[in-house]
Design a protein around this ligand. Structure first.
Ligand SMILES: [Zn+2]
Length: 209
């Protein structure tokens, strides 16, 4: 099926902007690092040690000079997959796999998840990220796990949803009841698909939404 309103691109599209809620919950942003792009292209924003390092540094979860090795990048990806299982279970209303819960709790207790208090004349009191050079991944994982626990147990957890665009794998916090897509791009694709369904349905029942 080729939709009239869609434009074909020869080069892969860049990853969409963070999904609604991912700006406030790093754990949601973390879950969305495993992406399925339009056309079924899978993308892993933590796919290499360099990608995993910049993802953490950009979110102040690791110091600017951090360099993750593949072992640690792999541990991050594994935790990410478990966080995705936990979010999926919260959305479905079922129990998550015991392994996902155990992995999150392991990460929570790996290292302190809080920032220390720093104080100097120039800046006064301020929070200082803790990440000894040899435990960058442990600290980042502890903070992401703590954020995931907050997300899953918080007042907003009922608004967690999977993107409604069938071929998209991102999660979001719905900004209102009808919002079920993670990006303008997915919203456009859903609307185009609905419009196509209406056209091909002829005088049959309309799909509302
Ligand atoms: Zn989407």
């Amino acid at each position: 099926m080729d939709l009239q309103s869609s434009s074909r691109q020869s080069s892969p599209a860049p990853p969409p902007a963070p999904a609604p809620g991912a700006d406030r919950y790093p754990a949601l942003d973390f879950a969305n690092t495993a992406l399925t792009m339009p056309g079924g292209v899978r993308l892993d924003l933590l796919g290499s040690p360099a990608q995993a390092t910049s993802w953490l540094v950009d979110r102040r979860l690791a110091p600017p000079d951090a360099e993750l090795l593949e072992l640690c990048a792999g541990r991050l990806r594994t935790l990410r997959d478990h966080v995705r299982e936990l979010i999926a279970a919260r959305i479905d209303g079922g129990a998550p796999p015991a392994s996902a819960l155990a992995a999150l709790n392991d990460a929570l207790t790996l290292a302190p998840a809080v920032e220390l208090l720093g104080w100097d004349e120039a800046t006064g009191p301020h929070r200082v990220p803790v990440h000894p050079a040899d435990r960058v991944a442990d600290h980042a994982m502890a903070r992401l796990a703590a954020d995931a626990a907050d997300l899953l147990t918080g007042a907003e957890a009922d608004r967690l949803a999977g993107c409604g665009a069938g071929d998209c794998s991102r999660y979001l916090l719905r900004t209102h009841a009808a919002r079920h897509w993670c990006s303008v791009r997915c919203g456009d694709r859903i609307r185009a698909a609905r419009s196509y369904a209406r056209r091909t349905q002829g005088s049959g029942a309309r799909i509302e939404g």
